[in-house]
Each structure stands twice: as structure tokens, then as C-alpha cells.
Design a protein around this ligand. Sequence first.
Ligand SMILES: O=C(O)CCC(=O)c1ccccc1C(=O)O
Ligand SMILES: [Mg+2]
Length: 367
Amino acid sequence: MEIDKIILRQIKMDLLHPFTTSIGTEYDKDIILVEVIGKSGLSGWGESVSIVEPIYNEETVQTNWHIMNDFLIPLLMKEPVRHPDELYEHFKYVRGNFNAKAALEGAVWDLYAKEQGTSLAQALGGTKEKIEVGVSVGIQDSEQKMLRQIEGYLEEGYKRIKVKIKPGWDVSILKGIRKEFPEIPLMADANCAYTLGDLEHLRRLDEFGLMMIEQPLAHDDIIDHAELQASLETPICLDESIHSAEDARKAIELGSCKIVNLKIGRVGGLTESKKINDICVKHGIPVWCGGMLEAGIGRAHNIAVTSLSGFTLPGDTAPSSHYWKQDIILPEVDMEEGYISVPKGPGIGFEPDLARIEELTVATRIY
Ligand SMILES: O=C(O)CCC(=O)c1ccccc1C(=O)O
Ligand SMILES: [Mg+2]
């Protein structure tokens, strides 16, 4: 592969509805789009999934720009890339900063697939033609409001409902949901809102027949999670704690989780995502694709990775219209009866809508 040019664009998009979790509320999204242009004339696209504040992990939109601009882009330009699988090692010179690495690596993967004339899903070894879709329901100001939202999502066809929980918004709301919807596939995501001191309280969640509880304890823990898992019937799923295939292996071996949430950004890209898929398949641990309120480019990458065989549970990969008045790709991501079709066209299989992107752009730099 020969790279001719790289363009970074920062865009700003308003979310249709604010999204509240135990860590904060998002009203809009600042996004860095990466376009890697090959000597072939083809363009690969990536999206950085960081948010403005370092509250989900330590990265932010600004640190992503800094790390790409000052370190990763010079590294990428320094040596020819034969295959995108080489980039994870190549980028190891920079510690951490996985969202930044994944944005750039994702664009190179898209370019690679386009140059090969295959879909990104196919280039990754994906096997599924369509993926099951779940939805993540933020914390609301009233239980009634949340119940009516869930009712609407079930009518739209979502295959599972995830609700955000925190102390004071957990047992009572889950009771309310189960009273009205006793059978639906339901799970809860705490975004690290509890400690082992809450063990007895968390055991009360077992009565709700949840598919899983996501990241109940600290973002940097896999030890206490093992202790908690040993005394819970509900499977624990780790999100924030898993940054690599090695983290996944250790968490699985320790018994810290029975399910893994995979976010391409959080683990530093698609190459590491494939490894996590393989480790989970080997151990019989289901994987599903998490979300970071992505715009169309990041969403397209999520769809491609979800086509891998280990992704056996619905992901947080709702269609474009769930988040945005108008997305940045054509066509937009669409859901039918709870499924999204994995595109068969070259690369990510969606065209960046350049006019729309132009309208939203607040900063550009060409390398
Ligand atoms: O993209 C989505 O629909 C789900 C978003 C979501 O749950 C989330 C969004 C921002 C930060 C963390 C999380 C999470 O999964 O914990
Ligand atoms: Mg989560």
C-alpha cells in the first residue's frame, strides 16, 4: 500500500437526544475523521470515538488530535505499510492512546480493503451477512419516561434493551421494567458506578434475569470483578477494563467476566479486535460490539467487526436515525426488524457524504 496524503477533519454534530450515564451527559459529539488517500487514488476513512472530556477513559478529542498529528501520522508516513495488521506493532512506540491509534488504523484498513476490492468485513474475516442490533437507554428523569422509550424501541424491533444504571437508579427501575416487560432480553450497564462494598446490593440484581451486568466496578480493575462474579449469578461483561487481547485473556482466566464488550477504539484498532474475537471464541466467551455514539464512519467499522463469528450477542450498533438528524454517510445505516445488513461493497461499504462533512467541519489539516 502506498499512502499519498492524510487529511484530519474535526466535525461537530448535535445528538438528537442527550445521553446520560453514571459518568455524565453527552449533548453533542466532537469527532475527528481520518482520510487516508492512497497513491491508488482511493480513500480510506476512520473516526476517533473519544469524547471531549476524559471521563470514559483518559483520552479526549484534543489528545487524539495531538497524538495523531505529532506522533502517529509521522510514524505512519515513515515506513511503507504492506498490510494494516502491521500497524498495531508499528504504533507501539506510542504507549496507550488507543482511540487515536484505532482511528488511523481503521482508515488504513478501509483503504486496504478498497484496494483489494473487498468489503472491510470480508478483509477482517467476517462471516455474517447481517447483525443483530440492541439499543442503549440512558438514565432518564423519570421511570415512566424510560418505560415509554423502551416500549418504542421494542416496537422498532431492537433485539435487546440495555439500560444505564447507577446507585439509586438500579433495583427500582429494573423492577419496573420487568413488571411491564417480563420476558425481554435485558441488560444493565453501570459504567464503573459501584465497588465491592456494594456486593450485597448488586446480588439483588440477580432476580431480574439480566443477560449480563456491564462494568459494575472500577475501570482499571479485573481482580474485584472476579470476586464479584463468583458471588453473582448474572454474568459480568467487561467494557472499560479490557484494552487488549492480553487483558481479555487475563480477565477470562481470572473469572472476572463471562462476556466481553468490544470497542474498536478502546482496544487500539481492528487488528487487536480480531485477536480478542479469537481469544473469546477459543474460551467460549460471547463478544458483542459496544458503542461510543459514533457517526457513520465509526458505525460502519462497528458493523464490519460485528460480522466476525465471535460476536454472538446484539451490539450497541443502533441505526443512524437513532442518534442523528442527518448522518455523514450515504446511505445512512438502516435497521430492518432488528438487523443491519453487512454491506458487500468495497471497504466500509458506505460513502462519506462530503457535502455534509464540509458543513460540520471546524478544523482541517492536510499531511
Ligand atoms: O453508542 C451507543 O449507542 C451506546 C453508548 C454507550 O453505552 C456509551 C457511550 C459513551 C461512553 C460509554 C458507553 C458505554 O457503553 O459504556
Ligand atoms: Mg459500557
